[in-house]
Design a protein. Structure first.
Length: 384
């Protein structure tokens, strides 16, 4: 019989519940969960660890492609100015330096106990190192284009990238083609994206700033200057007279949709989403929101409306590290009333469900192989 691994911490989070420190996690030597048993029947060779044991974290929103942009974009400018800065500065370093930064960021995520990542891709820069990565990746091939006349061309461009990522598909990789954001995708492009067969989950930056809602309400706000700055013709856009979310969500009804940020989402938007897209996931990246907008979403509202919440780190352009544990700590500083047990489920099982990988990741159910993360107040680290 192959050797078993047995771990015991100060507490054990199984993906849904926090169990006492007297419970022992039993795994095969390959890290497949065999059981959770009381220490009195666990036998010999139990490794006692100083910290809380959790299944590996799931980071449902990241941009590894922007890993070379740490400290480059100023903080607190608001989203339109942030995007302008990223678009103007993202190509300024040479390719080798960009590759080294991505590798380093991916390794740091793995070592901090993240097991799977939903990673936004605008190109093929991450393709090479995703081939042999211990991390599971879902690559979201992000498509954008606000001028309807170029929709087909932009779609074809991203489809070509998607085809290259599809060659990596297997147990450690999956991919889909997705819209960037409501202010950067025309109706014609939304239509093309929604008609893509076998394409899920969808991911989209949602209501990250007030200006996105203003654009859809009455075609006012900071995005008009943004379009002008980049010589983008916004004349074909007709405002819906609603917030942004109800205007585009019908394109993806019934599909799993990961809504990222939700900083300016209202109770009405949530009620609408519940009706139209019951498989919606609400991904929070609080540190990026603080970095860009100096505000975090109304997490109390999302909880009270029964939203399924997941966590993401966004990129090093808008965050000082890609650590799910640091995102959790930030949420706890702002919402001390939310139990750690609940937030840990956002960081593990909910994220795995959002990426469709809960059969392997996100919990310590028997037969799963989610990785094991050890957490103390200061940091999280992978032990398996
Ligand atoms: Zn993002």
């Amino acid at each position: 019989m192959s050797q078993q691994l047995k771990f015991k911490g100060t507490a054990l989070f199984n993906g849904r519940q926090l169990l006492p420190g007297s419970m022992v996690l039993v795994l095969s030597d390959k890290g497949i969960v065999q059981d959770i048993v009381h220490e009195s029947v666990a036998g010999d060779d139990v490794q006692q660890l100083n910290g809380l044991l959790s299944p590996g974290f799931i980071n449902t929103h990241c941009h590894l492609e922007l890993s070379h942009m740490g400290g480059i974009v100023p903080e607190g400018t608001g989203l339109p100015a942030f995007l302008t800065s990223v678009m103007e500065k993202r190509g300024q370093q040479d390719v080798l330096a960009q590759e080294a930064a991505m590798q380093q960021a991916a390794t740091a995520m793995w070592e901090s106990g993240i097991s799977a990542v939903g990673d936004i891709c605008n190109g093929t820069a991450t393709l090479a190192f995703k081939k042999d990565s211990p991390l599971y990746y879902h690559s979201f091939i992000e498509c954008m284009g606000f001028v309807p006349g170029f929709a087909q061309q932009r779609y074809e461009y991203s489809l070509d990238i998607l085809r290259q990522f599809r060659e990596l598909n297997g147990p450690g990789h999956s991919c889909s083609i997705v819209p960037h954001a409501p202010y950067s995708v025309s109706e014609a492009l939304f239509s093309l994206l929604s008609a893509t067969p076998d394409n899920m989950p969808i991911s989209i930056h949602n209501q990250e700033c007030e200006a996105e809602n203003s654009l859809y309400q009455d075609k006012t706000g900071a995005f008009l200057d943004f379009y002008k700055h980049f010589n983008m013709d916004a004349s074909a856009f007709t405002p819906s007279g609603t917030n942004s979310l109800p205007a585009w969500l019908p394109w993806f009804r019934q599909l799993p949709v990961i809504l990222v940020h939700n900083t300016y989402t209202t109770e009405q938007d949530i009620a609408y989403t519940r009706e139209l897209a019951p498989r919606a996931y609400w991904c929070l990246c609080p540190q990026a929101n603080l970095y860009i907008e100096n505000r975090i979403p109304d997490i109390g509202l999302l909880r009270s409306q029964g939203c399924t919440i997941t966590l993401g780190t966004d990129s090093l352009a808008s965050n000082h590290q890609l650590s799910i544990w640091q995102e959790i700590q930030t949420i706890r500083r702002h919402y001390s009333n939310i139990a750690l047990e609940e937030i840990l489920q956002w960081a593990t099982l909910n994220g795995a469900m959002a990426l469709g990988i809960e059969g392997k990741y996100g919990s310590f159910e028997k037969g799963r192989q989610p990785g094991v993360t050890l957490i103390d107040e200061k940091e999280s680290r992978r032990i398996l």
